[in-house]
Design a protein around this ligand. Sequence first.
Ligand code: PLP
Length: 405
Amino acid sequence: MREFLKSSRLKDVYYDIRGAVVQEASRMSEAGMDILKLNIGNPAPFEVYAPEEMLETMRANLKVTEGYSESNGLLASREAVAAYCRKKGISGMTAKDVYLGNGVSEMILLAMQALLSEGDEVLVPAPDYPLWTAAVYLGGGNPVHYICDEQADWFPDLRDLRRKVTDRTKAIVLINPNNPTGALYPKDVLEEIVQVARENELLLFCDEIYDRLLMDGKIHTSVASLAPDVFTVTLNGLSKSHRLAGYRCGWMALSGPKESVKDYIEGLNMLASLRLCSNVPAQSLIPKALEHAEEPDPLYLPGGRIYEQRNFIWQAVNDIPGMSAVKPSAAFYLFPKLDTKRFCITDDEQFALDLLKQQRILIVQGRGFNWAEPDHFRIVYLPEMSQLERAAEGLRAFLADYRQG
Ligand code: PLP
């Protein structure tokens, strides 16, 4: 019998966010066990719902958004994205520079596919949102991971970044605010990254999907606003800021000099046209969604659900012997460190499985985010406080006598 193997481009791709541990959790759920899911960055299952006006806007637009749109998206929505970018200091942005997609996910895949040829390198953060690494492989390139440094609040290690530039490097990916660390990078760090791109003639890809989910009075700087002389692709969408992950609404916006990237843009246009267009009813939400974009989300202010839950889980994790975590200031993730010597941990997937089986708590191991050491995992702190209390108790009890192997 002829055997059909998956594409060789998939051989190095990890996608543990929906991997073996999740499959075991599904099996346990089907067997009637109650699993505490701290593994997925999707607000809706935790009853953190979309603003009602978004649903109304969708309903009102359903009829007129039945057909295909332009392949790069509805003009009014692209204009709204361009205006949002200009407000964030990205100069010269017009609707022509914006492409709408089925979530940021589709835009990441499209952006990498249009850019890469066999052997090209892209600098991707470790830890990362794993689609970035996967997208580089799928495009035929090689992701080269630069370290984000836990000792420095998880900011990119600039020395490491610089060291990893080679003559095959085409671009730097930045995820800011970051998933899975919840870090928000300050302007001086961003400026230095732009400088690396500038000096080495690299493109910048900036995933800013969490740019509005900020705490502690912090302000987000769009990298493109610091790099008018560097070609930059800024990616964002409504999955997180408007809690509309299921509607699949994202975009990418191109800024900086276009002369040397004409051919690349032709590739983007080609791929955008080949998939006809993205979900048009979802596109129609964008002007409304970005109308009051400068107003902070009350969930992220003191007293707000996410803010209080961040404080709780961060403190609880740091109070457990053998665990520590940097305080996140954005998004809804915590990326705790485990004392691997104390717990004899050599395999983080095994750790995640053991925790699941003993405490019925589902997390994602660090390797799922292309973190090379078995000493981290990610907690999503969207579930309500009582659930997080159960999680903290479960972790404490589990680690009290856990020794791997
Ligand atoms: N980028 C980052 C950093 C993410 O964390 C996620 C989802 O968790 C995505 C992109 C995908 O977003 P979308 O729902 O817009 O495809």
